[in-house]
Design a binder for this molecule. Structure first.
Ligand code: UDP
Length: 234
């Protein structure tokens, strides 16, 4: 597989074309941003952690019947994936109140939610990724009704699989963000699942084991990413 020209550079990853138009190579960076790009930094070896961790998780989800873009890990930071067209939606599932949910609704962080709560943001940096509802998604033709139904079904299924998987590693899944893409007309899971995109709290100590350590300057950022990766491998 030949790595050809760079197609896109995001905040945490670069995407490259390959000699197969149906395959891309993603290359994970150590760059970290928060608050819609206002806070910028680097987390040493984050790219390696997020690449390996995402791949472990995508393989686990694949075995549970959730289709993903994962094909093959090529190196510490590079993975061969299916060339999807990303739906412009951030799909968030919450089990426990935290972050923007706590702020918006005045609920103390750490309060368990009576039901897993699905929410969508419109992926548009200029607008700060505003919250969006199902009707708005259809009105703006960001996804078809069928795609939205599939996204919804997979999002809850991913939540169930991830909750169980992380609990085995001593981690509580507070919330997470996933993205989907279209490949051969089908909706599949794409992007990444990592401490950048999940809130994970240690089961015993409730310590934050995710990007909130960077967002909130809690310290031990690198060490925490390494600890999460080492738990993934057990
Ligand atoms: N999240 C993400 N990318 C974003 C926004 C949120 O990966 O651009 C993840 C975040 O890490 C958390 C979940 O989605 O696990 C919910 O985030 P929230 O809406 O609370 O936003 P935040 O507090 O990060 O602004």
């Amino acid at each position: 597989m030949k790595k050809l020209q760079q197609l896109y550079e995001g905040k945490a990853k670069k995407v490259f074309a390959t000699d197969d138009p149906k395959k891309y190579i993603v290359d994970y960076k150590d760059d970290a941003t928060a608050f819609n790009g206002e806070k910028k930094g680097q987390i040493a070896d984050k790219g390696i952690v997020n690449n390996i961790m995402s791949n472990i998780i995508f393989q686990m989800l694949g075995e549970k019947g959730i289709p993903t873009h994962f094909i093959e890990q090529l190196s510490e930071r590079e993975t061969l994936v299916k060339a999807v067209k990303i739906l412009p939606l951030e799909v968030i599932v919450r089990n426990v109140a935290a972050g923007s949910f706590s702020k918006r609704y005045g609920v103390e962080e750490g309060t368990p939610l009576a039901k897993a709560a699905l929410e969508f943001s419109y992926k548009k940096d200029e607008l700060g990724d505003p919250l969006i509802n199902n009707d708005h998604i259809l009105a703006l033709e960001l996804a078809t009704e069928e795609q939205l139904a599939t996204v919804t079904k997979y999002a809850y299924a991913v939540n169930e699989a991830l909750k169980e998987f992380f609990l085995e590693k001593g981690l509580k899944l507070i919330d997470f963000k996933i993205e989907f893409g279209v490949y051969d007309g089908e909706v599949i899971l794409a992007d990444e699942i990592s401490p950048d995109t999940c809130r994970l709290w240690d089961v015993k100590t409730n310590e934050k084991m995710d990007k909130d350590r960077f967002r909130r300057d809690l310290g031990n950022v690198e060490e925490t990413y390494q600890e999460v990766l080492s738990r993934m491998k057990k």
